[in-house]
Design a protein around this ligand. Structure first.
Ligand code: NDP
Length: 315
């Protein structure tokens, strides 16, 4: 049978390119889990993904109710779940003030980390039940987790501190909107959320890999400077960022190439190792990358897990 893969945020950028790469193999049915149904349908059509290879299902990661509803709908559909790709993200580098999810949580961490945390916890049972030979849960990371690159060291750097803001619920009322308890900074909130993504992947690996055989992995697909992720940046940045990445840092990858990379992490028989953070060298060969100290801190991973469980209502 075909494999079934759920990809969050498959309506543009990396998620769409990955959906296309997988659908084209004829071996996958892609569930595009998207907040904008019409946009996702249009994106699938214009990318040329054929109808029998995808389904769009509504998911707004900025609402715990929507996540739960998505999971209920998916379960009701009776399909097996073989691979889950947590890809969607928001990035608000120029925001002066925080915005909030439906549950009143700062939007970047609420969407990128907490929405995906709840989604993957609720879908773990479905993955356990699947008889697919290589089951995988993939969370898209970021270069913020590498300390071995220039780009990973650009300020404001991610830092979770003692997580007092996260423990307070990031609501901006009786707690800070930042995980470390500091003043709101949109660029930092995104980076912090990505550290949480990478810590979550490793904590999943420690808790569930042996018992379930599921591969838990994260990746940095390269700098895809043309995606919608930078839509809220100032126009000059958006103009100069792609050539800067192409010619100066040489970290630039096309959306198509990044989609092929993530598709490898989904289905390549040689990328089955669990607990790994994948990157690609300049010849587009995959390798196991080192995570930064904070992104591989075992006690922080446990703490993020435990606090997140409380916020999303699982503990
Ligand atoms: P895009 O902005 O093109 O894609 C992000 C996707 O997330 C969109 O489909 C968007 O939906 C979706 N999304 C946002 N908020 C929600 C929500 N509340 N519920 C459901 N879906 C939502 O950016 P990229 O393709 O670049 O980003 C994809 C991933 O790649 C992210 O995890 C990002 O952190 C990561 N990444 C990107 C890099 C880059 O250079 N671009 C580098 C490293 C990592 P909609 O279409 O409705 O807006």
């Amino acid at each position: 049978r075909k494999g079934t893969v759920i990809i969050t945020g498959a309506s543009s950028g990396l998620g769409l390119a990955t959906a296309k790469a997988l659908a084209e193999t004829g071996k996958w049915h892609v569930i595009m889990a998207c907040r904008d149904f019409l946009k996702a349908e249009r994106a699938a059509k214009s990318a040329g993904i054929s109808k029998e290879n995808y389904t769009v299902m509504h998911l707004d990661l900025a609402s715990f109710d929507s996540v739960r509803q998505f999971v209920a709908n998916f379960k009701q559909s009776g399909q097996p779940l073989d691979v889950l790709v947590c890809n969607a993200a928001v990035y608000q580098p120029t925001a002066k003030e925080p915005t909030f999810t439906a549950d009143g949580i700062e939007l970047s961490v609420g969407t990128n980390h907490l929405g995906h945390f709840l989604l993957s916890r609720l879908l773990l049972d479905d993955m356990k039940k699947s008889d697919y030979p290589s089951k995988r849960l993939i969370i898209v990371g970021s270069i913020t987790g590498n300390t071995n690159t220039l780009a990973g060291n650009v300020p404001p750097k991610a830092s979770l501190g003692d997580m007092r803001g996260l423990a307070g619920g990031l609501n901006g009322l009786n707690s800070s909107t930042m995980i470390d308890g500091g003043k709101f900074d949109g660029a930092k909130a995104y980076k912090d959320s990505k550290i949480c993504n990478m810590l979550t992947m490793q904590e999943f690996h420690r808790r569930y890999h042996e018992e379930t055989g599921i591969t838990f992995a994260s990746l940095y697909p390269g700098c895809i400077a043309t995606t919608g992720l930078f839509r809220e940046h100032i126009p000059l940045f958006r103009l100069l960022f792609p050539p800067f990445q192409k010619f100066i840092t040489k970290g630039y990858v096309s959306e198509e190439e990044s989609g092929k990379r993530l598709a490898q992490v989904v289905s390549d028989p040689s990328l089955t190792k669990s607990g790994v953070y994948w990157s690609w060298n300049k010849d587009s060969a995959s390798f196991e990358n080192q995570l930064s100290e904070e992104a591989s801190d075992v006690s922080k991973a446990r703490k993020v897990w435990e606090i997140s469980e409380k916020i999303v209502g699982l503990a």
